[in-house]
Design a protein around this ligand. Structure first.
Ligand SMILES: [Zn+2]
Length: 409
């Protein structure tokens, strides 16, 4: 690939006008390695340049199945049961086709890296895993995809599940996930998954808890295991909606313990808002993990999409900017600094959570970037700006023409 010169870019809040960036061999460089190298010039005409968005938690395998399900209660239990039923009809071609639809939506929303959870159990076997593996290869031109295999329907209560998880890990699944809240022995599942993570040298990502009762938290078990196994920086807990039910002093104590242990937290605003608090008719709780407070304790956090078009979340256009805006709105985060932090939770902080070493716009980083027609990074979140174009490894992956008004002459 020849090199790329990007001119008239706006970088960051300071609105540095007219910045020039160089890309060679798919990475940003200070200058080209040789003056004889040919390059293309990309004039972004004052557009705001940001590194590509990072999705830390999505389910490609069970997306876009609403027409196969019947929602009556809108509860978590119903979502798990309806999806279990729909899953009996999943084939590799079907998972591939639905996953591809979501990936293509995500690409045009500016996502350049994604961790997808993949369900493994004796019912579905490795069918979903094989389909998503093919998506990983076929869409590598636009998205870096990592697979997190996990037991959605429990592990210790579901014989055969652990052996299948090990098979997926042996076939190269990048991350090991957990779902203690559906297991007959939640703490037992956590402990067993830590043993497997150490054995296979994998990071862990748990769907930890999913209700608003502060009793029965398993977060302390995760912290204990992380410290015991020295898995600092390699463990993420998602949902953790119980954190939203804690009074401030208790929350801050948990936040400090999470930061100390190096356990990261992901909030899935769309799903958590849809499923929790159903038992309340009035004064409904919001039920979102309070990332701003956790961040102040030193916890690395991310916001993610989780599901699209299924009983867990019947919505979704795969826009991480939308999740950032939704979280900001529901969490009453409105200052420029707040909005910038929300943007970080779908970009730089997400990259830190996934331990992406070469993320950003600095020389040496992979040239995965997107361009916005927006006044500032905070305005991207405030105004739900869609990216106008995106690049992966310095190669253009999509473009979105700006809308044009047609007033009468
Ligand atoms: Zn999930």
């Amino acid at each position: 690939m020849s090199a790329l010169k990007i001119v008239n870019a706006r970088l960051g809040d300071a609105g540095q006008l007219g910045a020039t960036l160089w890309v060679e061999n798919g990475r940003f460089v200070e200058r080209l390695s040789s003056s004889e190298l040919t390059f293309e010039t990309l004039d972004v005409a004052g557009g705001l340049l940001l590194p590509g968005l990072v999705e830390t938690h999505i389910h490609l395998d069970k997306a876009c199945i609403m027409e196969r399900c019947r929602l009556q209660e809108g509860t978590l239990a119903e979502a798990v049961a309806q999806t279990r039923q729909a899953k009996t009809g999943f084939t590799e071609a079907d998972v591939y086709a639905r996953g591809a639809r979501v990936l293509e939506k995500a690409i045009v929303q500016g996502t350049t890296h994604m961790r997808t959870h993949v369900e493994i159990d004796p019912g579905i076997g490795l069918t979903g895993f094989s389909a998503v593996r093919r998506l990983q290869a076929d869409y590598a031109w636009a998205v870096g995809l990592e697979l997190c295999v996990f037991p959605q329907e429990g592990m210790l209560n579901n014989p055969g599940t652990e052996a299948l998880l090990c098979q997926a890990l042996e076939q190269g699944a990048e991350v090991l996930g957990g779902c203690p809240y559906t297991d007959s022995d939640p703490a037992g599942q956590i402990r067993r998954l830590f043993e497997l993570a150490v054995e296979y040298d994998r990071d862990l990502d748990f769907h930890l808890d999913f209700d608003l009762d502060p009793a029965g938290m398993t977060v302390q078990e995760v912290i204990r295991c992380t410290e015991r196994h020295g898995w600092d920086g390699r463990v993420t807990i998602g949902h953790v909606t119980k954190l939203s039910a804690l009074p401030q002093d208790e929350l801050l104590a948990v936040g400090r313990a999470l930061a100390q242990a190096g356990v990261r937290v992901t909030c899935l605003p769309s799903t958590d808002l849809f499923l929790t608090g159903r038992e309340h008719f009035h004064n409904k709780p919001r039920g979102l993990a309070p990332l701003a407070h956790l961040h102040r304790c030193g916890v690395t956090c991310s916001l993610s999409t989780n599901n699209l078009g299924n009983p867990f979340t019947p919505y979704g256009d795969a826009s991480l900017i939308r999740q950032a805006n939704l979280f900001a709105n529901v969490s009453q985060l409105g200052t420029g600094e707040d909005l910038l932090r929300c943007l970080g939770w779908v970009s730089s902080e997400s990259a830190r959570l996934l331990r992406l070493a070469d993320y950003g716009l600095a020389p040496g980083c992979r040239a995965d970037f997107i361009v916005f027609d927006a006044a500032s990074p905070a305005a991207v979140v405030a105004e739900l700006s869609p990216p106008t174009m995106g690049f992966k490894g310095g190669r253009k992956t999509f473009e979105r023409p700006l809308p044009r008004l047609l007033p009468p002459r």
